[in-house]
Design a protein around this ligand. Structure first.
Ligand code: 5AD
Ligand code: SF4
Length: 569
């Protein structure tokens, strides 16, 4: 009876999730097709391990969880991270959760008891890399089992590929013990504990409200001068090619107060650069905060399949507050959608010296017809209008983009339009991809993946060539200019110092004593801001000579950002 009540309660709670799979596998468990399962809904057997033991898999703090599952003993975890910056930050969240439970971290495979692989599903290529890694881990697990029965190895797959494949992962790769989607990391200690008794545990519930706001990520690299902060999760845009809305779920924003706390905490730790992360940061909205401000409308020529949000604290408000925490902390943000760049956001980027003036405006394609098939919500012309507007509003702004070639039905002429867009807009950074059809997406349902692989490859190579040539020219134009560089560390091979300019471009230079703000001389170290005169340029790195120690406020005191481009020392 108690078990029935628990199950009913679980079902009531789980109805707020948009999709779930929640099951423990014993060898005897047989999978039915997902369609059948959806029809039937979850049965009692979905919550049963082996023959009799009831186990409900959900968040660890929910009281109906069985008391008989003990948390895993202190074990050493080895992290493998694939994919985007969001995955890196998610790994820091996972590490924070596990550390609290007494787990340890190792970077030595032989010491590891648990391998956690943070996966990416955005393109088939990303998944192939992970299958490859799993081949290695399966062998490692087998060898360990032969060598040391007392110290078995567990393998957990986390993130987008885990969410995409769900239980299929375990059917395909028997060596995997735990599968956890992006919204179930709080459950990991329990999922891992379940594997102690030889079970396989899966939690791929997607949530409407999980933002991990209360989990302070523990940085994997404590020495790093920069850090990431997730400000929102999921995506509602539903671009037809993209799997993200299915693997990361609906869009939800983290409360501004918890973001600001984290920024302050990082500033206290000496972090000098923070990147605000999300699939679509500029549609951020903290509904709990009432600013009393009017909403901004989408710019002319842009539309969205979703209703624009009303009220609350907007991205512009968040940027205003985040950039005010520490004027000496650089603020970046990614990824963004071109539809959400109101003037309020542009003005804050322009006005605040610590807001990096590189904007990510992912075009995805240069042809209006392709953009329409992609359901991007803008035409080539609207995109170009936005570029011109941004350039007027933030003089000297840098731009970055994502571009896809070989999308369904892309003709030679349509691809040439992508090439002319790449030619026309001076992108400082471009991420260029051949299209990879993903199941579940609208493109998979509606269109044919009809551009031959060979053609995709050729188009991809042409985009890269053009981008390299243009970057070379853009970078050469910087020779003679002085850039504000935040030092990150040293180049392994040469021992030269390595830092990043505003546009996130690498700048290398020799270590030496240079003037400080109080006119003494000092060598340079990671975390220092230095003025570097650019003397050499390649397509992806600049070389320079360090001139003097400085700060953001000092560097831009006399020379505004707009004039910086003509500052020659
Ligand atoms: N194939 C190729 N590239 C893709 N991207 C997203 N989905 C796909 C896909 N199916 C690219 C987009 C996006 C970036 C993160 O990855 O350019 O902006
Ligand atoms: Fe994918 Fe489009 Fe959302 Fe970006 S905006 S994550 S490309 S669906």
């Amino acid at each position: 009876m108690a078990l029935l009540q628990r199950t009913q309660r679980f079902l009531r709670l789980s109805s707020k999730y948009i999709f779930y799979t929640c099951r423990c596998f014993s060898d005897a468990t047989k999978l039915t097709s997902r369609r059948d399962k959806i029809k039937q809904g979850p049965g009692l057997k979905d919550f049963i391990i082996g023959d009799s033991e009831p186990v409900l898999l959900d968040r660890p703090h929910i009281p109906y969880l069985p008391e008989n599952v003990t948390f895993a003993s202190k074990r050493k975890v080895y992290f493998d991270v694939y994919g985007c910056q969001m995955n890196l930050n998610d790994t820091e969240i996972v590490w924070s959760i596990l550390k609290k439970e007494g787990f340890e971290k190792t970077e030595i495979e032989d010491e590891a008891d648990i391998f956690l692989v943070m996966t990416c599903a955005i393109r088939e290529g990303a998944e192939s890399k992970i299958w490859h890694r799993l081949d290695h881990l399966r062998g490692f697990k087998r060898r360990r089992a032969l060598k040391n029965k007392e110290k078995p190895v567990k393998i957990g797959l986390l993130g987008c590929m885990a969410e995409r494949l769900k239980t299929k992962l375990i059917e395909k790769e028997k060596a995997v013990d735990v599968v956890a989607g992006p919204d179930s990391y709080r459950d990991l200690p329990r999922l891992l504990a379940l594997t102690d008794s030889g079970q396989t545990a899966v939690n791929v519930l997607l949530s409407l409200d999980e933002t991990y706001a209360d989990v302070v990520p523990v940085r994997l690299n404590q020495d790093s001068v920069s850090a990431f902060i997730s400000i929102m999760r999921g995506c509602d845009n539903m671009c037809t090619y993209c799997i993200v809305p299915f693997t990361r779920g609906r869009e939800r924003s983290r409360r501004a107060a918890s973001i600001l706390d984290e920024v302050r905490h990082l500033a206290e730790q000496g972090v000098k650069e923070v990147t605000l992360l999300g699939q679509n940061v500029n549609s951020y909205r903290d509904a709990s905060a009432d600013t009393g401000r009017c909403d901004t409308k989408l710019a002319k020529g842009f539309k969205t399949v979703y209703k624009s949000k009303k009220g609350g604290l907007r991205f512009a408000d968040l940027l205003e507050q985040v950039s005010a925490v520490d004027p000496e902390m650089r603020i970046r943000f990614t990824a963004a959608h071109p539809k959400d760049f109101p003037d309020e956001v542009l003005d804050i980027v322009n006005d605040r010296p610590n807001m990096c003036k590189l904007l990510h405006l992912p075009a995805q394609a240069g042809s209006s017809a392709v953009l329409q098939r992609m359901r991007r919500g803008y035409s080539r012309e609207a995109y170009l209008d936005l570029v011109r507007h941004v350039q007027r509003r933030i003089p000297g702004v840098g731009l970055s983009t994502d571009m896809i070639c070989g999308f369904c039905g892309e003709t030679d002429e349509e691809f040439e339009e992508t090439m002319t867009l790449l030619q026309q807009v001076d992108y400082n950074v471009a991420f260029l991809f051949p299209y990879s059809m993903r199941e579940k997406t609208a493109a998979h349902r509606r269109y044919q993946d009809d551009v031959p692989e060979q053609v995709k490859k050729q188009r991809h190579a042409r985009m890269i060539d053009l981008y390299r040539q243009k970057s070379q020219t853009l970078n050469e134009a910087e020779i003679g200019n002085t850039h504000l560089v935040l030092i990150e560390g040293a180049v392994h091979k040469t021992g030269q110092l390595l830092g990043r300019n505003e546009f996130y471009l690498k700048v290398v230079f020799e270590q030496q004593e240079i003037l400080t703000q109080d006119n003494s001389k000092k060598t340079m170290k990671p975390g220092d801001y230095v003025a570097v005169k650019i003397v050499g340029a390649k397509a992806s790195v600049l070389s320079g000579i360090a001139l003097y120690h400085t700060s953001i406020s000092e560097f831009y005191r006399e020379v505004s950002w707009g004039e910086r481009n003509v500052l020659r020392v």
